[in-house]
Ligand binder design. Structure first.
Ligand SMILES: *Cc1c(COP(=O)(O)O)cnc(C)c1O
Length: 395
């Protein structure tokens, strides 16, 4: 086992060696511009992009014509939300989203609200799941679009996409989902789920950074947000990132092939991590539903410890604060607030994101490391007296 151990796969994942191998020829051998129609360099690049488009579509249960390549989920979200809002402005001015969306969705919606749209942010339950009926209630005659993420990036909770998709379809409202954390990790079929627009990102599924896709259901119209060469059927101008797109396609094909074995393997490792921690430490609280959750996510609060001190002691296990905006910011995240985690518990939480290269030995090391660190910080803390230790009141 090599240190440090990487357990932060919701932030990003390493490029799979097979993905890298697929990409390499497109940097310098087949380096053509996919829009060059007059020579074989361009044709080779275009063929590679076409193949990747098929691979992305296959993973989502879509058709190749419904895939638009972008620079990542942030851009896909912006293109979906702003593009749909612009087209539908004459029909309505109301958008619906949830309180636990990634900032790329929440802040785009808030910006649209500053530009004159009305916005309803639907709260979620303490389990980190939005009630489909609450989305239904938020939809009004002027509603044009609902955006609900597939899986949350902090607490891993899975949202009831099929129920929301059915509601949206019945009410004639577009349904967008930010699926950056879910694509390649859990089965997602856009038709069955009633999804009109879906955002994903290669670097969350063992592909390269800086490339992603937007699934755009046939006959759904959006306005392009950039003008230029007219690539991607005019929806996203700009020279295609051919190696990146090849990487995304390859990552999707591998994820599709391996998901049936990989998802249960990761869930078993995650459950091992959680039982190991829970068996050794009192006063640990899991954030978000343990049932409707990504198989590789664990987000836990350790009562009585400072998250920053804990992260510092976990120096050779790379994890993220579970509910702080970022490592440098002790403010509880909007997700922690939305599910009602008290600020002190939010500040004491860690997010574990296991991945394709996580081993059982690494999980066991992480358990030992977190248990030792929490025990030591609690011993040193004048504020921590375990309720379950029976030692009486806090002083
Ligand atoms: C990572 C992430 C994004 C941003 O994706 P980029 O490709 O890095 O722009 C958006 N939404 C969610 C849920 C994410 O996890």
């Amino acid at each position: 086992m090599q240190l440090p151990i990487y357990m932060d796969c919701h932030s990003t994942t390493p490029v799979d060696a097979r993905v890298l191998g697929a990409m390499l020829p497109y940097f310098n051998a087949d380096f053509g511009n996919a829009a060059s129609r007059t020579h074989s360099f361009g044709w080779a690049a275009e063929a590679a992009v076409d193949r990747a488009r098929e691979q992305v579509a296959a993973l989502l249960g879509a058709t190749a014509r419904e895939i638009v390549f972008t620079s990542g989920a942030t851009e896909s979200n912006a293109l979906a939300l702003r593009g749909a809002a612009a087209v539908l402005r004459a029909r309505g001015d109301h958008l619906v989203t949830t309180a636990i969306e990634h900032k790329a969705v929440l802040d785009t919606c808030r910006q649209l609200a500053r530009e004159g749209f009305r916005l309803t942010i639907v709260p979620v339950g303490a389990d980190g799941i939005v009630d489909a009926a609450a989305i239904g209630k938020a939809i009004e005659p002027g509603t044009i679009l609902v955006s609900v993420m597939a899986a949350n990036n902090e607490i891993g909770t899975l949202q009831p996409l099929a129920a929301i998709g059915a509601l949206c379809r019945a009410r004639g409202v577009l349904f967008h989902t930010d699926a950056a954390q879910a694509v390649g990790k859990i089965p997602l079929a856009v038709e069955a789920l009633g999804i009109d627009l879906l955002s994903c990102s290669a670097h969350k599924l063992y592909g390269p950074k800086g490339v992603g896709a937007l699934y755009l259901r046939r006959r759904v119209r959006i306005d392009p947000q950039t003008q230029g060469g007219g690539q991607e059927r005019g929806l996203r101008s700009g020279t295609l990132n051919v190696p990146g797109i090849v990487g995304l396609g390859s990552a999707c094909a591998i994820a599709a092939a391996e998901m049936p074995v990989e998802a249960p393997r990761l869930q078993a490792l995650r459950d091992r991590l959680w039982s190991g921690i829970r068996a050794a430490l009192p006063d640990v609280i899991v954030n978000g539903s343990m049932r409707d959750r990504l198989p590789h996510n664990l987000n836990v609060s350790f009562a009585g410890v400072q998250g920053e001190s804990l992260l510092m002691m976990m120096n050779d296990v790379a994890v993220s604060p579970g509910a702080a905006c970022d490592s440098a910011n002790a403010e509880p995240s909007h997700v922690a607030r939305a599910i009602g985690v008290p600020d002190d518990l939010a500040r004491s939480s860690l997010r574990f994101g296991l991945g394709r290269f996580t081993t059982e030995a690494e999980v066991d090391y992480a358990i030992r490391k977190v248990v030792q660190s929490v025990e030591r910080l609690r011993r040193e803390s004048p504020l921590y007296a375990s309720p379950s230790s029976g030692s009486g009141e806090d002083t």
